[in-house]
Write a protein that binds this ligand. Sequence first.
Ligand SMILES: Nc1ncnc2c1ncn2[C@@H]1O[C@H](COP(=O)(O)OP(=O)(O)OP(=O)(O)O)[C@@H](O)[C@H]1O
Length: 112
Amino acid sequence: MKLITAVVKPHRLDEIKEALQAFGVHGLTVTEASGYGRQRGHTEVYRGAEYTVDLVPKIRIEVLVEDSDADQLIDVVVKAARTGKIGDGKVWSLPVDTAVRVRTGERGPDAL
Ligand SMILES: Nc1ncnc2c1ncn2[C@@H]1O[C@H](COP(=O)(O)OP(=O)(O)OP(=O)(O)O)[C@@H](O)[C@H]1O
């Protein structure tokens, strides 16, 4: 399994959720985040307001997937998140040893 993490612009959330549902993911986690990338110190527009601070509001989306789905899922997220402007975000993946579905006790890919 892989954990795909995307830190992206908040206003892309609906589009990303729809794309992930169409892809067939069974679950995801969304948390509010803030951060900066290479453009540190540059302004970004968030909900009409310009931010010159270096910590810009983002959302972090996390999805556990089977190894065989990881590359395709990353492409889906990147496509749905992209505006072509500074601060579009970053997507990365990590290997995951195990996952447990608490209600049933299923482990590994069956737990996803
Ligand atoms: N090296 C990093 N490590 C951890 N988180 C990062 C890193 N780079 C970016 N992030 C996170 O991703 C968010 C979005 O990154 P951002 O789009 O600003 O990166 P970028 O690579 O500089 O892209 P761009 O050049 O398009 O602005 C940041 O706000 C931060 O939370």
